[in-house]
Design a protein. Sequence first.
Length: 212
Amino acid sequence: MPEKHPSLPRLMIVSSGGEHLSQKGLVLAQAQALARSAPVIFQIREKMLDSASIWRLCRQIAPLVNNSGSILTINERFDIALASKAGGVHLPESSCPADVVRKAARELLTGQSVHSKAAALKATSTGLDYLLFGPVFHTPSKEPFGPPQGLERLREICTKVRIPVFAVGGITPDKVPACLECGAWGVAALTPFLDASSMPETIKRFFSYISI
């Protein structure tokens, strides 16, 4: 079974990657909403923004997230994570090698996305703090890449590695217990949190299943 990490939140919220622009400040509204919720990991994954825009956004929201007790992580850009005083960096599977990132930014919480057992085993040898595995369930954004991985594949990953695993892909509150039963430390989701005004209530609902 994975080692326990009591200080690591068990819910990860991933930013949409596009709605921050179309909804005129969604990420900022989400960061503000975290002040009224239990601690989470808030991953900024705004691939439609250029580097300067991501830096300005992260510099603006880092104090909000940090003061809420949550952990702000930046997708791939550990330089921006360090410069904005974020708490972590999340690496895509094809990113800069995790052990290189760890040496350059030892103080950052560092996780990585994986999509296979081989990738998971390789990633765990690089000193990562957690893995993000999926898609576990069907999600429209991942349809072009094939069918979902499923719960049994999630269970296999969780039994093979010694660091926390977050399940991602089609995650809704009612699917949380099945993921945890497979050995996942926590879950990650994007779509349920697109309405920032209801985020505290949605987070509370997720945690009601996590504590079952």
